[in-house]
Ligand binder design. Structure first.
Ligand code: NAI
Length: 467
C-alpha cells in the first residue's frame, strides 16, 4: 500500500496545479490527478491561452490590413494563413502545458493521469485511461474539477458546427456567417477574433445589455466600439432552436419579452451562455459534500467541504476566472500547512481581451448605488492621453470610484488599449486600502497610457490636469 499523501488534488487546471505547486513548496507530500492527457485544464487547453493566441494574431492581421498604411508602412496583400495561425496557437498551448508538468516535477508533486473519484474520507480512486484503477490515501483532498460550458435546451453542441469555446478555438475554416449566443466574455472575445478574420458576426443576447455584471457605462462604450468594428448585436432576444440543415444552420429566435419569432442563417454557431461547475462522477456524496441548485459545491469558511475535504476554483462560489482559482489553490495549500490562507473575491480583477480591452475591479457604480454607498467619480478619456493619441489608439476611458468622505478606492473600470495590464495598479492600491489621492500623487512616467489612470484618480477630487 502506497504512503498516505498530505494532499491529493483532483484536477490539474489553474486551481489544482497552483495548489499542488504551493503544497510542494511547503513540503507537503502531494499528488495531482488529471484526467486529460495534458495539465492546465480549460485555461491552458481550451480557454485563456489559446483564445489569447488567436486574439493576438488576429489583432496583428487587422492592424496590418487596416492601420499600417496610415503609419507609413507598406505591405503586400495581407492574407490569413489559418493553419499557421492555429499551429502557433497549438505551440503556445503545448509549451505551457509542458511547463506545468515541469513545475509539478520540480516541486516533487506526483502527477497521476486518470479520473479521480472520492470513495470515502481520505480515499480517492483513480481510473486511468486504460481502465485500470488505483486508490490514493490522503490526509487532505482538494477538489479542483473546474467547470464545463452550459448548454441551452434543444441546442446540441457537436463541436463542429454548433460549438462551445472548445470548438470555437479550432474552426477549420473562417465562417462566412457566424452567430454567437451570449454577449458575455467568450461571446465578445471569439466574436472579435472571427470578425477580424473576415466573418460576418451576429451576437444574440438574452438581456438588454452586453457583459452583464460589468459597469453599465463601460458595457455601453464596449457595445458602441464593437458595433463600429462590425459586430451586430441583437439584444433582448432568446434563441429557441438551432436547426442543422445540410448546408447551413437555421436559428429561430424571439424577443425575450415575448413576440414574433424570426430566423437567421449561420455557418457556425458558438454557444457562450456561461459555465457550470463540473462535478460529474466525483463522489462528493461519499463525504457528505453538497451542491446548490446550480451545481456549485457548498463550502463553509475558507474552502472547507467536509473534514479533510476542500474545494477551490470554478466549482465553488466566486468569479469563474483562472486567476481566482489560482489564488484559491495557493490559499488552501497554506491552510493545510497550518498557515493563514484567504482570498478577497472583491479584489479579483476581470479582463476581457478584446481591442480595446476591458478591465474592472471592485464595485461598479450600480453596485454602490444599490448598496447606498456615497461615492465620488473620476474619469479620463484616452483621447486626452498623449501616448494613446500618438499611437492612434484613443478609444475608451478610465473611471475610478472612491468613497465620499474617506476617499478610499472602491472600484475601477477601464476600457482601452492595454487596460488589462493597467488594472493591476489599482488592484495593488486597493489591496493596501489606498485613497484616490494616493494614486493621484504617485509619479507616473510620461508618456504612458497609465497616466490616464493617474488623471482619472486626480479627477475624483476634481484636479485632472490634462483635460
Ligand atoms: P458569461 O457569463 O460571461 O456570459 C454569458 C452570456 O450569455 C450572458 O450575457 C448571458 O446573459 C447570456 N445568456 C444566457 N442565456 C442566454 C440565452 N438563452 N440566450 C442568449 N443569451 C444568453 O459566460 P461565457 O461568455 O460563456 O464565459 C464563461 C465563463 O468563462 C465566464 O465565467 C467567464 O468569466 C469565463 N471567461 C473568462 C474570460 C476572461 O477572463 N477573459 C474569457 C472567457 C471566458
Amino acid at each position: 500500500m502506497a504512503d498516505t499523501y498530505d494532499v491529493v488534488i483532483i484536477g490539474g487546471g489553474p486551481g489544482g496545479y497552483n495548489c499542488a505547486i504551493r503544497a510542494g513548496q511547503l513540503g507537503l507530500k502531494t499528488a495531482c490527478i488529471e484526467m486529460n492527457d495534458t495539465l492546465g485544464g480549460t485555461c491552458l487547453n481550451v480557454g485563456c491561452i489559446p483564445s489569447k493566441a488567436l486574439l493576438h494574431a488576429s489583432e496583428y492581421y487587422a492592424a496590418a490590413k487596416n492601420d499600417f498604411a496610415a503609419m507609413g508602412i507598406k505591405t503586400g496583400k495581407v492574407e490569413v494563413d489559418l493553419a499557421q495561425m492555429m499551429a502557433q496557437k497549438a505551440d503556445a498551448v503545448d509549451g505551457l502545458t509542458k511547463g506545468v508538468a515541469f513545475l509539478l516535477k520540480k516541486n516533487k508533486v506526483d502527477h497521476v493521469h486518470g479520473k479521480g473519484r472520492i470513495t470515502g474520507p481520505g480515499q480517492v480512486e483513480v481510473t486511468a485511461p486504460d481502465g485500470s484503477k488505483q486508490t490514493l490515501s490522503a490526509k487532505n483532498i482538494v477538489i479542483a474539477t473546474g467547470s464545463e460550458p452550459s448548454t441551452l435546451p434543444g441546442i446540441e453542441i457537436d463541436e463542429e458546427r454548433v460549438v462551445s469555446n472548445t470548438g470555437a478555438l479550432s474552426l477549420k475554416a473562417i465562417p462566412k456567417k457566424l452567430v454567437l449566443i451570449g454577449a458575455g466574455v467568450i461571446g465578445l472575445e471569439m466574436g472579435c477574433v472571427w470578425s477580424r478574420l473576415g466573418s460576418e458576426v451576429t451576437v444574440i443576447e438574452y438581456l438588454d445589455r452586453i457583459l452583464p455584471g460589468t459597469d453599465n457605462e463601460i458595457a455601453k462604450e464596449a457595445q458602441r466600439t464593437f458595433k463600429k468594428q462590425g459586430l451586430t448585436f441583437k439584444l433582448g432576444t432568446k434563441v429557441t432552436s438551432v436547426e442543422k440543415l445540410k448546408t447551413k444552420l437555421k436559428l429561430t429566435m424571439e424577443p425575450a419579452a415575448g413576440g414574433d419569432a424570426e430566423t437567421i442563417d449561420a455557418d457556425i454557431v458558438i454557444v457562450a451562455v456561461g459555465r457550470r461547475p463540473y462535478t460529474e462522477g466525483l463522489g462528493l456524496e461519499n463525504v457528505g459534500g453538497k451542491t446548490d441548485r446550480r451545481g456549485v459545491i457548498e463550502t463553509t469558511d475558507h474552502f472547507k467541504v467536509a473534514p479533510g475535504v476542500w474545494a477551490i476554483g470554478d466549482c465553488i462560489a466566486g468569479p469563474m476566472l483562472a486567476h481566482k482559482a489560482e489564488d484559491d489553490g495557493a490559499a488552501v495549500a497554506e491552510l493545510i500547512a497550518g498557515k493563514a490562507g484567504h482570498v478577497d473575491y472583491d479584489l479579483v480583477p476581470g479582463v476581457v481581451y478584446t481591442n480595446p480591452e476591458i478591465a474592472t475591479i471592485g464595485k461598479t457604480e450600480e453596485q454602490l448605488k444599490e448598496a447606498g454607498i456615497k461615492y465620488k467619480k473620476g474619469k479620463f478619456p484616452f483621447m486626452a492621453n498623449s501616448r494613446a493619441r500618438t499611437n492612434h489608439e484613443t478609444a475608451g476611458f478610465v473611471k475610478i470610484l472612491a468613497e465620499e468622505g474617506t476617499d478610499r478606492i472602491l472600484g475601477a473600470h477601464m476600457i482601452g488599449v492595454g487596460v488589462g495590464e493597467m488594472i493591476h495598479e489599482i488592484a495593488i492600491a486597493m489591496e493596501f486600502g489606498a485613497s484616490s489621492e494616493d494614486v493621484a500623487r504617485t509619479c507616473h512616467a510620461h508618456p504612458t497610457l497609465s497616466e490616464a489612470v493617474r488623471q482619472a484618480a486626480m479627477g475624483v477630487e476634481g484636479w485632472t490636469m490634462q483635460m
